[in-house]
Design a protein around this ligand. Structure first.
Ligand code: 13P
Length: 256
């Protein structure tokens, strides 16, 4: 089954206008394997600057812009929120939805996440749906139950047929920003569970969904992770703030 590989940078609440410039010119010289897309997700105030710099530097077509969050509402009296229409206006193509930091710090529920995925899809944007278990949940052997409980509301909300336009990022919470990466074997086993869970609803669709791994991915461990059958790229936090390291990670991805 042919799947695109995707390397997405989640800058979180980091970065600056000068890093945007540095990243765009860094990515300008990058050589990517066939079928690899790169997505940079800076904070909202920097989206336009990325789009503008990318246009000025004539950045290759498979480098995209993404947001880190979006409102589930179309428009209206939601002070402080950002809509999918606004993201479309600044030429974003992807949106990270349901990151574990949003779920734990801002109490986003799986139902709300499912609504966001629907809103994102209906605006013609691609959601990067984040799922993952905590350390306590993995120790209690609840990983599969937790992942299923995060996936099922989205399947119920949008229908499995619409997963052709969804990217899933598996990010074990205990591996985020800790330097502790899931071993390639553990990540592969969990990705296989996710693919099989989707396959229970529709095998053909499940084979097409890019499954990204996130959690302390860096230049040293990316190759082994991306070599796994069901790992189609990564969602990169800290290492995506270092242009040279991020370029190495992007160059090591291979589409299937
Ligand atoms: P780190 O790569 O810093 O562990 O962050 C992972 C992440 O949360 C990406 O969304």
């Amino acid at each position: 089954m042919k799947r695109h590989a995707i390397i997405a940078a989640n800058w979180k609440m980091n970065g600056s206008l000068s890093l945007i410039k540095e990243m765009v010119s860094g990515l300008n010289s990058i050589v990517l394997a066939e079928n690899v897309n790169v997505v940079v997700c800076p904070s909202f105030p920097f989206l336009s600057a990325f789009a503008l710099n990318a246009e000025n530097e004539n950045l290759q077509a498979n480098i995209y812009l993404g947001a880190q969050n979006v409102s589930e509402h179309k428009s209206g009296a939601y002070t402080g929120e950002i809509s999918t229409d606004m993201l479309n206006e600044v030429n974003a193509n992807y949106v990270i939805v349901g990151h574990s930091e949003r779920r734990s710090l801002y109490k986003e529920t799986s139902t709300q996440v499912a609504h966001k995925v629907k809103t994102v899809l209906s605006a013609g944007l691609t959601p990067i749906l984040c799922i993952g278990e905590s350390e306590a949940e993995r120790t209690a052997e609840q990983t599969e139950t937790v992942l299923a409980s995060q996936l099922q509301p989205v399947i119920d909300e949008i229908g499995i047929e619409n997963f052709t336009d969804v990217v899933i990022a598996y990010e074990p919470v205990w591996a985020i920003g800790t330097g502790k990466t899931a071993s390639p074997e553990m990540a592969q086993a969990t990705h296989l569970f996710i693919r099989q869970f989707l396959a229970n609803a529709d095998k053909n669709i499940a084979d097409k969904v890019p499954l990204l791994y996130g959690g302390s991915v860096n230049a040293a461990n990316c190759e082994e992770l991306f070599a796994q059958t069901d790992i189609d790229g990564g969602l990169i936090g800290g290492a995506s703030l270092k242009v040279d390291e991020f370029k190495i990670i992007c160059s090591s991805a291979k589409g299937s």
